[in-house]
Design a protein. Structure first.
Length: 162
């Protein structure tokens, strides 16, 4: 009976998250940097950081944070191997970006109809200090900060809040 309640609870949460086009954490790991001003770890210059960095072992799977269409899947200056997903079909103005990937498993134009499909793998390509996922959540091009703080461990597929 307890297992049935857990299954029902997960199903209800999945319906709520997907119907609101809320977003989920794309990989598991420890947050090392968040959206905002910081001293760049490579250049040493103060600059605005548009994403959330999640430290994780190279090769760990990266899932899409929400349903959408792949608009970029390849090398992007600074980001290295990167994927951009446009979520506007489901919720106007939203885009996510995944950078420094060691592998890309999707192609431009591909529709991601489910949450948390594996789209790539954590890496350290582009301007990077080590294996991590640089993840951006944007609304009409403006960086948004998911609920998470430096040092916090996050789990792939769980609701991230905004």
């Amino acid at each position: 009976m307890k297992a049935l309640k857990v299954i029902i609870s997960i199903a209800v949460l999945t319906i709520l998250v997907e119907s609101a086009n809320a977003f989920v954490w794309p990989t598991s790991g420890t947050i090392t940097s968040v959206v905002g001003w910081r001293r760049h770890p490579v250049t040493g210059q103060w600059s605005y950081h548009y994403g959330t960095d999640i430290a994780a072992p190279s090769g760990r799977g990266v899932g899409n944070a929400g349903r959408g269409r792949v608009t970029v899947a390849g090398w992007v200056s600074g980001y290295g191997n990167a994927i951009y997903v446009d979520h506007s079909y489901y919720s106007a103005g939203w885009e996510t970006r995944y950078a420094h990937l060691s592998a890309i498993y999707v192609r431009v134009g591909q529709w991601l109809t489910q949450f948390n499909q594996t789209i790539g793998a954590v890496g350290s390509t582009g301007v990077s200090t080590g294996p991590h996922l640089h993840w951006e959540l944007r609304k009409y091009g403006v960086a948004q900060k998911p609920n998470g703080s430096v040092g916090q461990y996050v789990t792939r597929g769980t609701f991230c809040g905004i």
